[in-house]
Design a protein around this ligand. Structure first.
Ligand code: ATP
Ligand code: MG
Length: 567
């Protein structure tokens, strides 16, 4: 094992982390809750809105909600918060299911939809009207916004605020019956237009939207607001801990008001910080734009921070769990370095991905003292330096490909790879010495003439002489051409979430985020199943892309190797 690999393996703390899960403040609150209510089963939920694909931010929420349920022997529901008919789609529902499953979330038969509660929610709204706590308003959304006031100025009451209960009931039924066009009326909670918390200034509960819903079709033309549905859905499902991101702190007072006024059971809401990552956007609205405008190939483009993109890129779910564990749960927003995610990916793949050889920028080597008819099928370990003894057969012949960068005409000091007169070890094969470099009429290097040391089986010199450099190789006759996709950050600014506007998207994109090269790979690689993760020795971790066809493999670079051998 190289020194660098040693160091990186020695610095692994993920196993320790797993066995002694750090107690974040949410876990501590739940421990307290358990002490007070030992017989209550902990029940959380993951509540995505099916208006896009899940991304890394959702991974944090999935790990948290499903993780807490697992840790405390509780349950976690998958709830689709499908309250906005115009932006939601069954494609998203299916993708979300697949992504949650991929991350290990188990919800058994507890897959719920806010849309299943539409009738119940409507009845609760009627109840609020009957209690004199909700009214139908004729103001438009803009007028309501304008009359809301500011932090220092109270809002203005609408002239519809004091409609009678009977009139409100009648109007609300007529809203449901489809008698009014979009925007003509809304149902508002009757709370306090001078409340210090602006959310409490008679918030809208229902609006008219003549739109087809992906599950309820045209049954409804009035749709509730997220705030109304969310707290009641949590209550209906008996959620004990409603974990949500910080921007909902101010909405808590409204949730309490709705549930108290209706006399419903209260979950405990706990807010945590959203995940932000450098060079990444985590907003479905912006991600949709990248897809719809064709800046990426789709939701699962390996450059996307979506879970389907990361999966296609070859990121193992275990690395995402490790990442979420390491970033922890905090009460204050902060931004995590993308390199931490890459570190977690390497940590996992370093131990779990089998190793193969591939050459991305080839130059031909001809071993002049090796029989042109001869081929040796070498048994080369898939997991070198570990207890796993599995091997694969790798053909070795007179003509090989090596990386152009592993030869220098004028080697700098301490360059331990190939140059004319120098010796190098071909990984797990033989030692070769370069005798001549051949150039064409334009002075371009075309091939390297070498001699091998037949006694250096496995790359070990029989006389014990020191060979410092080791390079990878592929036998030319057996090599298979493969499309190799090399990725960099999609954005060229470290904080795209702050920088991006609707106008400047294109200028924030990194023009080099995808580079495709034709590499030459050892035959065993072509036989792997799609999505297999491997290490190309010295080059990085790669994953076989589903675009692969028989005899035409395609690989995605998941992440580079920081711990390549010292040269
Ligand atoms: P987006 O802005 O991408 O649409 P969202 O919060 O509106 O995000 P939802 O589908 O409503 O997306 O989110 C489902 C769950 O995932 C919520 O509980 C939400 O708090 C959580 N979540 C979403 N984004 C993040 C993030 N960046 N960090 C942590 N949790 C997140
Ligand atoms: Mg949302």
């Amino acid at each position: 094992m190289s020194k660098n690999q040693d160091e990186s393996r020695a610095s692994t703390t993920s196993d320790e982390n797993k066995s002694s899960k750090k107690n974040n403040f949410i876990v501590n609150e739940i421990i307290n809750f358990r002490e007070q209510s030992p017989n209550t089963q902990i029940h959380t939920r993951f509540p995505p809105e099916p208006n896009g694909y899940l991304h890394l931010g959702h991974a944090k929420s999935i790990c948290l909600n499903f993780g807490i349920a697992e840790q405390f022997d509780g349950l976690c529901n998958l709830r689709f918060d499908d309250t906005n008919p115009s932006k939601e789609d069954i494609e998203y529902v299916n993708a979300i299911r697949e992504d949650v499953k991929w991350l290990g979330g188990k919800w058994d038969d507890r897959e719920y939809y806010a849309s299943n509660y539409f009738e119940q929610l409507f009845n609760y709204a009627v109840k609020l009207i009957k209690l004199g706590r909700a009214y139908v308003d004729d103001l438009s959304a803009d007028e309501i916004r304008a009359a809301r006031g500011t932090l220092t100025k109270p809002g203005k009451e609408s002239s519809c605020r004091n409609r009678s209960i009977e009139e409100n009931l009648e109007l609300f039924q007529r809203m449901r019956a489809g008698e009014f066009p979009d925007g003509a009326k809304v149902l508002r909670a009757k709370i306090d237009m001078a409340a210090p918390n602006i959310v409490m200034r008679d918030p809208t509960l229902y609006r008219i939207r003549h739109a087809e819903h992906q599950r309820t079709g045209n049954t409804w033309c009035i749709y509730h607001m997220y705030d109304f549905a969310h707290c009641i859905s949590d209550s209906i499902e008996g959620i004990t801990h409603s974990l949500c991101t910080l921007e909902f702190v101010n909405n808590k007072e409204l949730y309490d008001w709705i549930l108290d006024t209706l006399g419903l059971y209260h979950p405990q809401q706990i807010e945590f910080a959203r995940l932000n990552i450098t060079y990444t956007i985590l907003s479905k609205r912006k991600l949709i734009k990248l897809v719809k405008e064709g800046h990426v190939k789709g939701w699962d483009d390996p450059r996307m921070p979506t879970l389907s993109g990361l999966r296609r890129r070859g990121v193992p779910p275990e690395a995402l769990h490790d990442f979420c564990e390491r970033i922890g749960i905090a009460r204050a927003n902060s931004t995590v370095e993308f390199s931490l995610l890459e570190f977690c990916i390497r940590e996992y793949l370093n131990k779990n991905a089998p190793r193969y050889m591939a050459v991305l920028h080839p130059i031909k080597v001809i071993i002049e003292n090796y029989d042109p008819e001869k081929v040796e099928y070498l048994d080369i370990p898939l997991y070198p330096d570990t207890e796993n003894q599995q091997t694969r057969k790798v053909p070795f012949r007179r003509e090989l490909w090596i990386e152009q960068d592993d030869f220098r005409e004028n080697p700098p000091k301490k360059y331990h790879r190939l140059s004319v007169g120098a010796e190098v070890r071909l990984r797990f094969a033989y030692i070769i010495k370069c005798t001549n470099a051949i150039y064409d009429a334009n002075g371009v290097l075309t091939e390297l003439r070498c001699e091998y040391d037949p006694l250096s089986t496995g790359g070990n010199p029989a006389d014990g002489r020191k060979i410092k450099g080791t390079i990878h190789w592929v036998a030319a006759q057996d090599a298979i051409e493969a499309k190799i996709r090399l990725y960099e950050h999609l954005f060229n600014v470290p904080n795209p979430d702050e920088m991006l506007t609707d106008e400047n998207l294109a200028s924030c994109l990194n023009p080099n985020s995808l580079q495709e090269v034709t590499g030459l790979i050892e035959p065993a690689l072509a036989k792997l199943a799609n999505h297999s993760s491997v290490q190309f020795e010295r080059l990085g971790y790669f994953s076989k892309d589903p675009d692969s066809r028989e005899g035409q493999p395609v690989f995605n670079r998941t992440v580079t190797l920081r711990d390549s051998w010292k040269q």
